[in-house]
Design a protein around this ligand. Structure first.
Ligand SMILES: Nc1ncnc2c1ncn2[C@@H]1O[C@H](COP(=O)(O)OP(=O)(O)OP(=O)(O)O)[C@@H](O)[C@H]1O
Length: 357
């Protein structure tokens, strides 16, 4: 079902919350809401769930206005960070709970619970005897997912569902949740503060900042075409460099994986001020000269710390480079230029494209 959010606003006493959110969740797709702590992700999610009443705006589920409908009447179910399973109930009863509330016949409950368990890959054999705490964290989250899905909601809401799990389980569950969401074909909203999780799982990514939508689009759009300094800086392993481009000072956002280390240089280019490196326009991109000070092995590659004056950033490479001064190359399409702080839009700088130095 298509979910429409129109000019949704909720302001708390401290003036924070969400402000004029306009968003359509694609039908059958997974939309990830990502952003720093306090940007309004949870407020948006809880407003959709019916747990918070907005001050103004509207929420429509398939054209039906549910803005002020109670949680149990809007067809949205939720998966929480801490699973929120009832410890005194068997796994079967946990999952069947919503169906019992809806007075579903016992035989149908049996069938639907068994079916959903199979689809989240939990063995249905002893779920009537076992309690949630007898399962691992990852399994408990799949049980919570089964409980949310068994009632066939219009919208599945997930609030940081993986943050209590260790890194390996988290990686695996990202793929599993995505598979389950797709196999049910359910419209889903997934809140996370982890940009990698958002980019890898979602069809559509919404980046929030101070209660507003900063940028929304497919993962590739928001990653490769950031429209503001905030987006460029938030997504990817990014660093900001204050550099001179031609006669002007600019902010350049660099991602560790985009900067390549080239030939050795004798020294920093003459005229390159101690603190503000010079970005030289070269064919296909930009060249900076900086000092590789050390490197770390990060598994698939080596991460080099590069210093230019008082500024540092990272450059990843397949091989390890010895400390020394090198020319570093940044492809044109991976150079994200912005006006210096305090100039341009209130998002912290205007994107500047093109080679005009
Ligand atoms: N009940 C409340 N009363 C007052 N202010 C609140 C309340 N709930 C949230 N806020 C404020 O509203 C803003 C948005 O909060 P929200 O919890 O939606 O952000 P978030 O992006 O989910 O943050 P986090 O990632 O830390 O959970 C924050 O500045 C927060 O302090």
């Amino acid at each position: 079902m298509q979910i429409r959010i129109e000019r949704l606003t909720k302001t708390y006493a401290n003036q924070r919350g969400i402000n004029q959110i306009d968003l359509t969740l694609p039908e059958g797709g997974l939309t990830a809401i990502v952003g720093p702590s306090g940007c309004g992700k949870t407020t948006l999610l809880r407003t959709l769930a019916g747990l918070i009443k907005p001050d103004s705006g509207a929420i429509r589920f398939g054209g039906k206005d549910v803005t002020y409908a109670p949680p149990q009447h809007r067809g949205a179910t939720m998966v929480f960070q801490n699973y929120a399973l009832w410890p005194h109930m068997s796994v079967f009863d946990n999952i069947a709970y919503g169906l019992k509330l809806r007075r579903t016949p016992a035989a149908e409950i049996e069938l639907r619970v068994t079916d959903v368990l199979r689809r989240v890959e939990i063995d249905p054999a002893d779920v009537k005897k076992r309690h949630p705490q007898q399962y691992s964290g990852g399994q408990q989250q799949r049980i919570a997912l089964a409980r949310a899905l068994v009632v066939q909601p219009h919208l599945l809401l997930m609030d940081e569902p993986l943050s209590n799990l260790d890194a390996k389980v988290r990686q695996r569950l990202r793929v599993e949740i995505r598979n389950i969401q797709q196999s049910f074909g359910i419209t889903a909203l997934y809140v996370t503060h982890d940009q990698e999780e958002a980019l890898s799982m979602a069809d559509y990514v919404v980046l929030m900042n101070e209660g507003r939508i900063e940028q929304a689009g497919t993962p590739k759009e928001v990653y490769y075409q950031p429209s503001s300094y905030f987006t460029a800086h938030f997504l990817g392993d990014s660093h900001t460099l204050h550099v001179r481009r031609g006669a002007e000072m600019k902010r350049l956002v660099v991602r560790s994986c985009d900067m390549t280390i080239g030939s050795r240089a004798e020294q920093l280019p003459p005229g390159s001020a101690r603190d503000y490196p010079l970005a030289e326009s070269v064919e296909g991109g930009w060249q900076l000269t900086g000092e590789v000070t050390n490197h770390l092995f990060i598994g698939s590659s080596y991460r080099h710390m590069v210093r230019i004056g008082s500024q540092t950033f990272f450059a990843d490479a397949d091989e390890a480079y010895e400390p020394g001064v090198y020319r570093l190359h940044l492809p044109e399409e991976r150079a994200y230029w912005f006006e210096p702080e305090g100039q341009g839009a209130d998002t912290g700088g205007r994107m500047i494209s093109g080679v005009t130095a």
